[in-house]
Design a protein around this ligand. Structure first.
Ligand code: PGA
Length: 252
């Protein structure tokens, strides 16, 4: 099955209104002919509305970086799936390693968020990946499988049809150290085979993105790998031209 490459910008806690206006102007000006990839921008919550307006005449999609698993309630500071849907989001990042590590999100919490996103027809971008010690101990696959199992056990296999999984080795995020194409492919292949062992059709329709220090300079070799269907880009997505060059790296 042919999968359309997906390239996602995760701006994390960066951006200001004026910066964003300038960014979108640059992005639209430089994008020229439409590429073959689907492109999605994930700004901080407070800029979603503004960004939606700025993206009106473009093909670029909108995503959020997080959500709460409840529809509404007394959860100060939180944002729900129906709120994101109303603002025009199609995607939402779930279980980013910064959320897991800095905000204590457990596998079970991530699975609940995944289910909430699905319930409101948002496509969850499920982040998985091992840290440096886990890789050194040779348990990368075990860690990734545990993270997938948490979602599988609470949501079932069918939710993986058309889903997006981002393999993001924690040691590669924001460090400038990218996984080699072979390292990325090995884990992407493992993820796809694992899902295929439960549902071949889900495995062939889902997209597995790589994240962790993706740059314009290293995207081409990653994009050549058969199970790398796109990228989740942090730091390098903050510069419009660099991010566009990364998107172009997936035009085959
Ligand atoms: P990075 O971040 O591209 O800055 O390494 C990737 C991510 O955290 O999604």
């Amino acid at each position: 099955m042919k999968r359309i490459p997906l390239v996602i910008a995760n701006w994390k806690m960066h951006g200001q209104i004026e910066w964003m206006q300038h960014y979108i102007h640059e992005f639209v000006k430089a994008s020229g002919t439409p590429g073959q990839s689907e492109i999605v921008l994930c700004p901080p919550f407070v800029y979603l509305q503004q960004l939606k307006v700025l993206l009106r005449e473009t093909e670029v999609g909108l995503g959020a970086q997080n959500l709460h698993d409840s529809e509404q309630g007394a959860f100060t500071g939180e944002v729900s799936a129906p709120m994101l849907k109303e603002l025009g989001c199609s995607y939402v990042v779930v279980g980013h390693s910064e959320r897991r590590r800095l905000f204590g999100e457990t596998d079970a919490a991530v699975a609940a968020k995944f289910a909430a996103a699905r319930l409101y027809s948002l496509v969850p971008i499920l982040c998985v990946g091992e840290n440096e010690a886990e890789r050194a101990a040779g348990i990368t696959e075990r860690v990734v499988q545990r993270q997938l199992d948490a979602v599988l056990q609470s949501c079932g296999i069918d939710v993986f049809a058309g889903a997006v999984i981002a393999y993001e080795p924690v040691w590669a995020i924001g460090t400038g150290v990218t996984a080699t194409p072979a390292q990325a492919q090995a884990v992407h292949g493992f993820i796809r085979n694992y899902i295929a062992s439960l549902s071949p059709s889900s495995a062939s329709s889902m997209r597995v993105l790589y994240g962790g220090s993706v740059r314009a300079s290293n995207v081409a070799e990653l994009a050549q790998e058969p199970d790398v269907d796109g990228a989740l880009v942090g730091g390098a997505s903050l510069v419009a031209k660099e991010f566009l060059a990364i998107c172009a790296g997936f035009n085959k």
